[in-house]
Write a protein that binds this ligand. Sequence first.
Ligand code: RIB
Length: 305
Amino acid sequence: MTVGPGRGCELLVVGSANADLVVGVERRPGPGETVLGSDLVVHPGGKGGNQAVAAARLGARTALLARVGDDAHGRLLLEAQRAAGVDTSGVLVGGAPTGVALITVDPSGDNSIVVSPGANAHLTPADVRAAGALLAQAPVISTQLEIPLDTVAEVVRRLPPGSRFVLNPSPPAALPAEVLAACDPLVLNEHEARALLGPDAGPRPEDWARGLLALGPRSVVVTLGPEGALTAATGTAPLRVPSLPVKAVDTTGAGDAFTAALSWHLSTGAPLPTATTFATRVGAAAVTRRGAQESYPTLGEVPEG
Ligand code: RIB
Protein backbone atom coordinates (compact mmCIF):
# COMPACT_ATOMS: atom_id res chain seq x y z
CA MET A 1 0.00 0.00 0.00
CA THR A 2 1.32 3.49 -0.80
CA VAL A 3 -0.07 6.74 0.54
CA GLY A 4 0.38 9.56 -1.96
CA PRO A 5 1.59 12.95 -0.79
CA GLY A 6 -1.44 14.63 -2.33
CA ARG A 7 -3.91 12.98 0.10
CA GLY A 8 -2.70 14.93 3.11
CA CYS A 9 -1.56 13.23 6.27
CA GLU A 10 -2.81 13.00 9.84
CA LEU A 11 0.71 12.67 11.26
CA LEU A 12 4.11 13.81 10.02
CA VAL A 13 7.09 12.20 11.75
CA VAL A 14 10.39 14.04 11.45
CA GLY A 15 13.14 11.79 12.74
CA SER A 16 15.67 9.03 12.49
CA ALA A 17 15.75 5.83 10.50
CA ASN A 18 18.20 3.14 11.61
CA ALA A 19 19.04 -0.42 10.74
CA ASP A 20 18.71 -2.24 14.08
CA LEU A 21 21.43 -4.89 14.55
CA VAL A 22 19.98 -7.02 17.35
CA VAL A 23 21.65 -9.71 19.48
CA GLY A 24 19.94 -11.57 22.35
CA VAL A 25 22.10 -11.94 25.47
CA GLU A 26 21.70 -13.70 28.82
CA ARG A 27 23.11 -10.56 30.43
CA ARG A 28 24.93 -7.46 29.23
CA PRO A 29 28.75 -7.44 29.50
CA GLY A 30 30.42 -5.24 32.10
CA PRO A 31 33.43 -3.04 31.23
CA GLY A 32 36.23 -5.15 29.72
CA GLU A 33 34.02 -8.27 29.61
CA THR A 34 33.01 -10.43 26.61
CA VAL A 35 29.76 -12.40 26.45
CA LEU A 36 28.33 -14.63 23.73
CA GLY A 37 24.93 -13.78 22.26
CA SER A 38 22.40 -15.11 19.76
CA ASP A 39 22.69 -14.93 15.97
CA LEU A 40 22.50 -11.36 14.64
CA VAL A 41 19.13 -10.18 13.30
CA VAL A 42 18.74 -6.97 11.25
CA HIS A 43 15.43 -5.12 11.66
CA PRO A 44 14.20 -1.78 10.29
CA GLY A 45 14.20 0.74 13.15
CA GLY A 46 15.05 4.24 14.29
CA LYS A 47 12.75 6.22 16.53
CA GLY A 48 11.34 8.25 13.62
CA GLY A 49 10.93 5.30 11.28
CA ASN A 50 9.36 3.28 14.08
CA GLN A 51 6.83 5.98 14.88
CA ALA A 52 5.85 6.32 11.23
CA VAL A 53 5.34 2.57 10.77
CA ALA A 54 3.47 2.23 14.07
CA ALA A 55 1.00 4.97 13.12
CA ALA A 56 0.53 3.66 9.59
CA ARG A 57 -0.12 0.11 10.83
CA LEU A 58 -2.86 1.51 13.06
CA GLY A 59 -4.42 3.10 9.98
CA ALA A 60 -3.15 6.67 10.25
CA ARG A 61 -2.26 8.58 7.09
CA THR A 62 1.39 9.08 7.95
CA ALA A 63 4.38 10.78 6.31
CA LEU A 64 8.06 10.58 7.26
CA LEU A 65 10.75 13.24 6.84
CA ALA A 66 14.09 11.49 7.36
CA ARG A 67 17.45 10.75 5.71
CA VAL A 68 18.95 7.36 4.89
CA GLY A 69 22.14 6.36 3.10
CA ASP A 70 22.32 5.16 -0.50
CA ASP A 71 23.03 1.61 0.68
CA ALA A 72 21.42 -1.74 1.49
CA HIS A 73 20.27 -0.61 4.94
CA GLY A 74 18.66 2.48 3.43
CA ARG A 75 16.77 0.35 0.92
CA LEU A 76 15.62 -2.01 3.71
CA LEU A 77 14.25 0.94 5.69
CA LEU A 78 12.51 2.56 2.73
CA GLU A 79 10.91 -0.75 1.79
CA ALA A 80 9.61 -1.22 5.35
CA GLN A 81 8.08 2.26 5.34
CA ARG A 82 6.42 1.74 1.98
CA ALA A 83 5.13 -1.70 2.95
CA ALA A 84 3.44 -0.13 5.98
CA GLY A 85 1.82 2.53 3.79
CA VAL A 86 3.90 5.51 4.93
CA ASP A 87 4.26 8.46 2.53
CA THR A 88 8.03 8.40 1.90
CA SER A 89 8.17 11.44 -0.40
CA GLY A 90 10.06 13.20 2.43
CA VAL A 91 12.71 10.52 2.89
CA LEU A 92 16.02 11.85 1.53
CA VAL A 93 18.73 9.50 0.32
CA GLY A 94 22.50 9.97 0.51
CA GLY A 95 25.07 12.10 2.27
CA ALA A 96 26.31 9.42 4.69
CA PRO A 97 25.74 5.73 5.45
CA THR A 98 22.36 4.80 6.92
CA GLY A 99 22.16 5.11 10.70
CA VAL A 100 22.73 1.92 12.67
CA ALA A 101 21.56 0.89 16.15
CA LEU A 102 23.48 -1.81 18.03
CA ILE A 103 20.92 -3.45 20.31
CA THR A 104 21.17 -6.14 22.98
CA VAL A 105 17.99 -7.68 24.40
CA ASP A 106 18.05 -9.71 27.63
CA PRO A 107 15.64 -12.51 28.67
CA SER A 108 13.37 -10.05 30.51
CA GLY A 109 12.82 -8.16 27.23
CA ASP A 110 14.84 -5.10 28.33
CA ASN A 111 17.24 -3.62 25.82
CA SER A 112 20.35 -1.46 25.60
CA ILE A 113 20.96 0.59 22.46
CA VAL A 114 23.96 2.40 20.95
CA VAL A 115 23.12 4.48 17.87
CA SER A 116 25.59 5.48 15.16
CA PRO A 117 23.60 8.34 13.58
CA GLY A 118 25.10 8.24 10.07
CA ALA A 119 22.68 9.90 7.64
CA ASN A 120 20.37 10.98 10.49
CA ALA A 121 23.00 13.55 11.49
CA HIS A 122 22.72 15.03 7.98
CA LEU A 123 18.99 15.78 8.16
CA THR A 124 19.40 19.55 8.26
CA PRO A 125 17.27 22.64 8.95
CA ALA A 126 17.49 23.30 5.19
CA ASP A 127 15.86 19.88 4.60
CA VAL A 128 13.01 20.96 6.88
CA ARG A 129 12.59 24.22 4.98
CA ALA A 130 12.58 22.32 1.68
CA ALA A 131 9.80 20.07 3.00
CA GLY A 132 7.44 23.00 3.57
CA ALA A 133 4.58 21.39 1.63
CA LEU A 134 4.78 18.25 3.78
CA LEU A 135 4.76 20.28 7.01
CA ALA A 136 1.92 22.53 5.85
CA GLN A 137 -0.52 19.62 5.55
CA ALA A 138 0.21 18.02 8.95
CA PRO A 139 -2.11 18.56 11.93
CA VAL A 140 0.41 16.82 14.23
CA ILE A 141 4.18 16.74 13.81
CA SER A 142 6.21 14.38 15.96
CA THR A 143 9.99 14.38 16.47
CA GLN A 144 12.69 12.76 18.63
CA LEU A 145 16.37 13.58 19.23
CA GLU A 146 18.26 11.11 17.02
CA ILE A 147 18.42 13.96 14.48
CA PRO A 148 20.21 17.28 15.09
CA LEU A 149 18.61 19.58 17.66
CA ASP A 150 18.89 22.48 15.17
CA THR A 151 16.67 20.48 12.82
CA VAL A 152 14.09 19.90 15.55
CA ALA A 153 14.17 23.64 16.36
CA GLU A 154 13.57 24.43 12.67
CA VAL A 155 10.51 22.17 12.72
CA VAL A 156 9.21 24.21 15.66
CA ARG A 157 9.78 27.47 13.76
CA ARG A 158 7.93 26.07 10.72
CA LEU A 159 4.90 24.59 12.53
CA PRO A 160 1.77 25.36 10.53
CA PRO A 161 -0.86 27.44 12.37
CA GLY A 162 -3.14 25.27 14.51
CA SER A 163 -0.87 22.24 14.36
CA ARG A 164 0.35 20.28 17.35
CA PHE A 165 4.00 19.43 18.13
CA VAL A 166 4.96 16.22 19.96
CA LEU A 167 8.51 15.58 21.14
CA ASN A 168 10.08 12.46 22.62
CA PRO A 169 13.44 13.79 23.93
CA SER A 170 15.33 10.55 23.29
CA PRO A 171 18.24 10.36 23.67
CA PRO A 172 17.86 13.17 26.22
CA ALA A 173 19.60 16.52 25.66
CA ALA A 174 19.23 20.06 27.01
CA LEU A 175 16.36 21.63 25.09
CA PRO A 176 16.06 25.27 23.98
CA ALA A 177 13.15 27.20 25.49
CA GLU A 178 11.49 27.63 22.07
CA VAL A 179 11.38 23.85 21.59
CA LEU A 180 10.11 23.14 25.11
CA ALA A 181 7.39 25.78 24.77
CA ALA A 182 6.05 24.12 21.61
CA CYS A 183 5.69 20.62 23.08
CA ASP A 184 2.08 19.51 23.46
CA PRO A 185 2.94 17.03 24.82
CA LEU A 186 6.53 16.30 25.76
CA VAL A 187 6.53 12.45 25.90
CA LEU A 188 9.25 10.77 27.93
CA ASN A 189 10.14 7.84 30.14
CA GLU A 190 11.61 7.91 33.65
CA HIS A 191 15.20 7.93 32.41
CA GLU A 192 14.55 10.86 30.08
CA ALA A 193 12.56 12.75 32.74
CA ARG A 194 15.38 12.40 35.27
CA ALA A 195 17.94 13.49 32.65
CA LEU A 196 15.97 16.70 31.94
CA LEU A 197 15.21 17.43 35.59
CA GLY A 198 18.58 16.64 37.15
CA PRO A 199 19.19 15.58 40.75
CA ASP A 200 16.16 17.45 42.13
CA ALA A 201 13.67 15.42 40.08
CA GLY A 202 11.88 14.08 43.16
CA PRO A 203 10.79 10.49 43.87
CA ARG A 204 7.38 10.24 42.16
CA PRO A 205 6.18 10.54 38.55
CA GLU A 206 3.81 13.29 39.71
CA ASP A 207 6.88 15.23 40.92
CA TRP A 208 8.59 14.76 37.55
CA ALA A 209 5.48 15.92 35.68
CA ARG A 210 5.22 19.09 37.76
CA GLY A 211 8.94 19.77 37.34
CA LEU A 212 8.77 19.18 33.60
CA LEU A 213 5.76 21.46 33.17
CA ALA A 214 7.75 24.19 34.92
CA LEU A 215 10.31 23.93 32.08
CA GLY A 216 7.69 25.21 29.63
CA PRO A 217 5.87 22.49 27.65
CA ARG A 218 2.09 22.83 27.30
CA SER A 219 1.59 19.23 28.42
CA VAL A 220 3.60 16.20 29.51
CA VAL A 221 3.13 12.44 29.21
CA VAL A 222 5.45 10.26 31.31
CA THR A 223 5.53 6.60 30.29
CA LEU A 224 5.89 4.19 33.19
CA GLY A 225 6.34 0.80 31.49
CA PRO A 226 4.05 -1.84 33.03
CA GLU A 227 2.60 0.87 35.31
CA GLY A 228 1.09 2.70 32.33
CA ALA A 229 1.57 6.45 31.97
CA LEU A 230 0.90 9.78 33.61
CA THR A 231 -0.47 12.86 31.84
CA ALA A 232 -0.20 16.44 33.05
CA ALA A 233 -1.04 19.85 31.67
CA THR A 234 -0.86 23.32 33.11
CA GLY A 235 -3.82 23.98 35.39
CA THR A 236 -4.89 20.34 35.78
CA ALA A 237 -3.83 17.70 38.30
CA PRO A 238 -1.55 14.91 36.99
CA LEU A 239 -3.58 11.87 35.93
CA ARG A 240 -2.45 8.21 36.05
CA VAL A 241 -3.42 6.00 33.10
CA PRO A 242 -3.00 2.26 33.84
CA SER A 243 -1.57 -0.21 31.34
CA LEU A 244 -2.76 -3.72 30.54
CA PRO A 245 -0.96 -6.72 32.04
CA VAL A 246 1.04 -8.48 29.29
CA LYS A 247 4.10 -10.74 29.13
CA ALA A 248 6.94 -8.63 27.69
CA VAL A 249 9.39 -10.40 25.36
CA ASP A 250 11.07 -7.34 23.79
CA THR A 251 10.52 -3.71 24.76
CA THR A 252 12.49 -2.34 21.76
CA GLY A 253 10.50 0.39 20.05
CA ALA A 254 7.49 0.14 22.39
CA GLY A 255 7.93 3.79 23.37
CA ASP A 256 7.89 4.76 19.70
CA ALA A 257 4.63 2.85 19.17
CA PHE A 258 3.19 4.61 22.23
CA THR A 259 4.14 8.06 20.94
CA ALA A 260 2.85 7.30 17.45
CA ALA A 261 -0.51 6.08 18.76
CA LEU A 262 -0.79 9.09 21.07
CA SER A 263 0.07 11.53 18.28
CA TRP A 264 -2.38 9.99 15.85
CA HIS A 265 -5.25 10.05 18.35
CA LEU A 266 -4.46 13.68 19.18
CA SER A 267 -4.69 14.49 15.47
CA THR A 268 -8.26 13.11 15.46
CA GLY A 269 -9.17 15.54 18.25
CA ALA A 270 -9.01 13.13 21.21
CA PRO A 271 -8.29 14.69 24.63
CA LEU A 272 -4.83 13.92 26.03
CA PRO A 273 -5.99 11.32 28.65
CA THR A 274 -8.06 9.45 26.02
CA ALA A 275 -5.17 9.44 23.56
CA THR A 276 -2.85 8.25 26.34
CA THR A 277 -5.16 5.34 27.23
CA PHE A 278 -5.12 4.22 23.59
CA ALA A 279 -1.32 4.63 23.45
CA THR A 280 -0.75 2.44 26.53
CA ARG A 281 -2.68 -0.38 24.84
CA VAL A 282 -0.66 -0.04 21.65
CA GLY A 283 2.57 0.00 23.68
CA ALA A 284 1.43 -3.08 25.63
CA ALA A 285 0.79 -4.97 22.40
CA ALA A 286 4.20 -3.95 21.02
CA VAL A 287 6.18 -5.52 23.90
CA THR A 288 4.60 -8.94 23.35
CA ARG A 289 6.46 -9.46 20.03
CA ARG A 290 10.13 -9.25 19.06
CA GLY A 291 11.72 -6.34 17.18
CA ALA A 292 10.46 -2.81 16.83
CA GLN A 293 8.43 -2.31 13.66
CA GLU A 294 7.61 -6.03 13.35
CA SER A 295 5.99 -5.88 16.77
CA TYR A 296 3.48 -3.13 16.03
CA PRO A 297 -0.22 -3.97 16.06
CA THR A 298 -2.87 -3.12 13.54
CA LEU A 299 -5.94 -1.36 14.97
CA GLY A 300 -7.75 -4.70 15.21
CA GLU A 301 -4.88 -6.19 17.24
CA VAL A 302 -4.89 -3.46 19.91
CA PRO A 303 -6.13 -5.10 23.14
CA GLU A 304 -9.37 -3.83 24.69
CA GLY A 305 -9.21 -2.32 28.17
O1 RIB B 1 13.30 3.20 20.25
C1 RIB B 1 13.88 2.09 19.63
C2 RIB B 1 14.81 2.53 18.53
O2 RIB B 1 15.87 3.24 19.10
C3 RIB B 1 15.45 1.40 17.77
O3 RIB B 1 14.69 0.98 16.67
C4 RIB B 1 16.80 1.96 17.41
O4 RIB B 1 16.98 2.18 16.05
C5 RIB B 1 16.93 3.26 18.19
O5 RIB B 1 16.73 4.35 17.40
